[in-house]
Write a protein that binds this ligand. Structure first.
Ligand code: DGL
Length: 268
């Protein structure tokens, strides 16, 4: 595999804020790495769109990042990973990491009763990407999936701490509680922002798989394999988005706990 720019930043994209959960983990686990994040806020949500649209958006997002000379791309969106990861890997000649396999692997490792729940967007659920990945790691596991389309706008509004977030989660998670899953994959990068609510609703005994954490570990492994991780320097972070920069900046700063500069990218 050709490494275009070995000293360059890691590129990360998502449809909106969700990928920031991956960014936060990358900042924590790989503190010397420069990051460029692209949030496609003009076209969020992806999870309700068709496979064809999600593939097209994902290619365009990768191109935005490649123009900035990223050395690898993290597809920090489950909907994009479900439909476009293989397309991106075939099209672009740099390492590309998705969010599905790392989360599926962790869930298989953590389940005791071999009953795993997956909550995700409708696109991800309908793609069966998690079912396939989980069965690949352990064919004896039963998978129970639930699409939770209203979680994404809730997070995009910054309403994670409202009382009705708990009511909504109670409704969405009912069937998974009935199914007695003991591991629950947060199969959308927006959902770790609702972790407290999900924990409260599912109870202490259910292990919540935060794919953001697992993905950062995967990136670390890939960088170690290709020996391109940088050590001992202060990292630079850039944030690009396709719409509503102020809104993004306010929520992102609160979530990341640092002030950031946000650049509007209009030339996609
Ligand atoms: N954060 C994204 C995901 O992981 C998508 C949310 C959306 O745009 O629907 O699927």
């Amino acid at each position: 595999m050709r490494i275009i720019n070995p000293g360059g930043p890691i590129g990360v994209f998502d449809s909106g804020f969700g990928g920031l959960t991956v960014v936060k983990e990358l900042m924590r686990q790989l503190p010397a790495e420069d990051l460029i994040y692209f949030g496609d806020t003009a076209r969020v949500p992806y999870g309700t769109k068709s496979k064809e649209s999600i593939i097209r958006f994902s290619i365009e997002n990768a191109e935005v990042l490649l123009k900035r000379h990223v050395k690898m791309i993290v597809v920090a969106c489950n909907s994009s990973t479900s439909y476009a990861l293989e397309v991106l890997k075939n099209k672009f000649d740099i390492p590309i990491v998705g969010v599905i396999d790392p989360g599926a692997r962790k869930a298989v490792e953590m389940t005791q009763n071999k009953r795993i729940g997956v909550i995700a967007t409708s696109a991800t659920v309908n793609s069966y990407a998690y079912d396939k990945a989980i069965k690949y790691f352990d064919s004896g596991v039963k998978v129970f999936s639930q699409a939770c389309p209203l979680f994404v706008p809730l997070v995009e509004e910054g309403w994670m701490h409202k009382k009705f977030a708990v009511d909504l989660a109670e409704e969405y998670l009912k069937s998974l509680k009935r199914a007695r899953v003991d591991a629950l994959i947060l199969g959308c990068t927006h959902y770790p922002l609702l972790k407290n609510v999900l924990k409260q609703v599912m109870g202490k005994k259910v292990y919540l798989v935060d794919s953001a954490y697992e993905v950062a570990g995967e990136v670390k492994r890939v960088l170690e394999i290709i020996s391109k991780n940088r050590k001992g320097k202060k990292a630079q972070y850039q944030f690009l988005i396709s719409d509503r920069p102020q809104h993004f900046q306010a929520i992102a700063q609160k979530f990341l706990g640092r002030s950031i500069h946000v650049e509007l990218v209009a030339d996609k």
